[in-house]
Design a protein around this ligand. Structure first.
Ligand code: PPS
Length: 327
C-alpha cells in the first residue's frame, strides 16, 4: 500500500519548521503518521520494496535509546568477537537504512564542490541491498514503515529492538539534534515537540508500541538501555542466545569491556567523531558536544524540573496503560 504523506500543521508544525530546518533539511512531513524529513519521499519506494533476507540481523529503535551500543554488541557476537574487523566504521558494516533521506544532498554538494559522500550515506538502501550476507541493518523507522517483506513476515530476519526511558531519550535526543541534525531551538521547544508527538521520528510511542505489539509474532528480542546499564554481561548472554552464538567466560569478559562506555567513547569506529566532524565541515557550522555524551540513566533527575517530570510521567502512563510494558 502506498504511504500517505501529509503536512505537519498547527503550532507544533510551526515550531518544527522554525527550529529544525536548514539548508540540508528544508521541511518535515508525516509519513503514515511518522514525522520525517520531506526528503524521505525520494526514498520511500526503495525502503518499502527493499529486499529483506532471512539471514539479516536488524537493530530497530527510536533514536538515542542505545542503538549504537546494541549494534556493536550484536555485530561483535555474530562475528565471533572479530575486533580487528570491528575497526571498520560502524556505518559501513552496519548501515542505517534511512540515512540518505536525513540529509538533502543537492545543496551540500553545491556548497562543497569535490566532496566525497560515502555510498552508505548517499544511497543507504542501495548500499545495504548490495551487502553480502549475513547483513546487519539499523533503522529508526516505526514498525509500520519497515520494508514490506519484513512487516508481512514474508522474510523472517532476526530483529532486536532497544528502548530507553522517554525522559532520558528526550534529553539525549535534544543534545544530539543540536550536534548533528541542525536543531536550533531551546530544550523547552524540543520537549514540547516530543510530548506533542511532533518531533523528528516521532511520535515516540508509535515507535515503541508498534514493535512491542509485534514482538511475539516477529520474534523480536526486546532490550532496554537500563538493563544494559545494570548488567551488560547478562544482556550480552541473552543476545547471544537469541542470535544462536555461544560465548565462553573469557569472551564474555572481553566483550563486556569492549562495550563499556569508556571503551566505546574512545573507539573511533563507533563514536561517530569523524562523521560528525565531516558534517560540521560540510554545514560550515561548529557545534559543541560529542555523540558519546553521558552514557548514564536517570539524567532527568538533574535536567528536568519536577513539573516537567510529572508531565512526562503522566504522558507515559497514559500510553502504557494496559500494554504490559513498563519503562
Ligand atoms: S542514535 O544516534 O539514535 O543512533 O543514538 P543511540 O546510539 O541510539 O544513542 C546514543 C546514546 O547512547 C549512549 N551510549 C552508551 N551508553 C552507555 N554505554 C555505552 N557503551 C554507550 N554507547 C552509547 C550515548 O552516550 C547516547 O546517550 P547520552 O545520554 O546522550 O549519553
Amino acid at each position: 500500500m502506498a504511504h500517505q504523506f501529509t503536512p505537519v500543521g498547527g503550532e507544533l508544525g510551526e515550531i518544527l519548521q522554525k527550529t529544525f530546518t536548514n539548508y540540508f533539511r528544508t521541511a518535515y512531513i508525516k509519513v503514515d503518521g511518522c514525522i520525517l524529513p520531506e526528503n524521505y519521499k525520494q526514498f520511500a519506494d526503495a525502503i518499502e520494496n527493499f529486499e529483506v533476507r532471512d539471514d539479516d540481523i536488524w537493530v530497530c529503535s527510536y533514536p538515542k535509546t542505545g542503538t549504537t551500543w546494541t549494534q556493536e554488541m550484536v555485530w561483535s557476537i555474530a562475528n565471533n568477537l572479530n575486533f580487528e574487523r570491528a575497526k571498520i566504521p560502524l556505518p559501513e558494516r552496519f548501515p542505517y537504512l534511512e540515512f540518505s533521506p536525513m540529509f538533502e544532498k543537492t545543496e551540500i554538494i553545491r556548497r562543497n564542490p569535490g566532496i566525497v559522500i560515502p555510498e552508505y550515506a548517499m544511497d543507504s538502501p542501495g548500499y545495504a541491498s548490495k551487502m553480502p550476507s549475513p547483513r546487519f541493518i539499523k533503522t529508526h523507522l516505526p514498525f509500520h514503515l519497515l520494508p514490506r517483506q519484513l512487516r508481512t513476515g514474508e522474510k523472517k530476519p532476526k530483529i532486536l529492538y532497544v528502548v530507553r526511558n522517554p525522559k532520558d531519550t528526550c534529553i539525549s535526543f535534544y543534545h544530539h539534534c543540536k550536534l548533528v541534525e541542525g536543531y536550533n531551538g531551546t530544550f523547552e521547544e524540543f520537549y514540547t515537540l516530543f510530548l506533542g508527538e511532533s518531533d523528528h521520528y516521532g511520535p515516540f510511542w508509535m515507535n515503541v508500541l508498534g514493535y512491542w505489539k509485534n514482538r511475539k509474532e516477529h520474534n523480536i528480542l526486546w532490550l532496554t538501555y537500563e538493563d544494559m546499564k545494570q548488567d551488560l554481561s547478562a544482556e550480552i548472554l541473552r543476545t547471544a542466545i537469541y542470535l544462536g552464538n555461544t560465548l565462553n567466560k573469557v569472551q564474555l569478559s572481553l566483550l563486556t569491556e569492549h562495550l563499556s562506555f569508556a571503551s566505546m567513547k574512545a573507539n573511533p569506529a563507533v563514536n561517530y567523531e569523524e562523521l560528525i566532524a565531516k558534517l560540521h565541515e560540510m554545514s560550515q557550522v561548529k557545534r559543541e558536544g560529542v555523540f558519546m555524551r553521558s552514557g548514564t540513566t536517570k539524567q532527568w533527575k538533574s535536567f528536568m524540573t519536577p513539573e516537567l517530570i510529572e508531565r512526562f510521567d503522566e504522558w507515559t502512563e497514559k500510553h502504557l496503560k494496559g500494554t504490559g510494558l513498563a519503562l
